[in-house]
Design a protein. Sequence first.
Length: 150
Amino acid sequence: MTDMTQKPRHRRWWIAGGIALALVVAVGAASFAFHGHGIERFAEKRIDRMLDKVDASDGQRAEVAGIVQAAVADMKELRGLYRETRQTLITTLGEETVDRQALEELRQQRMETMDQVSRRLVTALADVADVLTPEQRRTLVEHMERHERR
């Protein structure tokens, strides 16, 4: 037997799941950004497909494109941090004696970088969600729900 309080709670779980899925896509995009594999094209295709599904207006498309371009630019800046960490790791492992403290510091630095990436992606995701109407967000969540069942 269900009561009326379960339906809104159920919807919130699906919205949270949809946001989580979008975040996973965004993290994939960040991975591309770190490794330099055409993040712009990847993000553009994903976002275009998403906006097609919700019948976004030209104004919404332009606004979302600006949000995504800014996030991609920020990811490219962070790519330099990744390269520095990688080079330090190579140098540290090439020494006669492995400096465990230095490796731990590298790990902490990398976690801080990933935290920056995560915060930036969540900000971009929220900004994009603000551009869409509640109905458009529901449409995306419904699509994600259908895709998840496969």
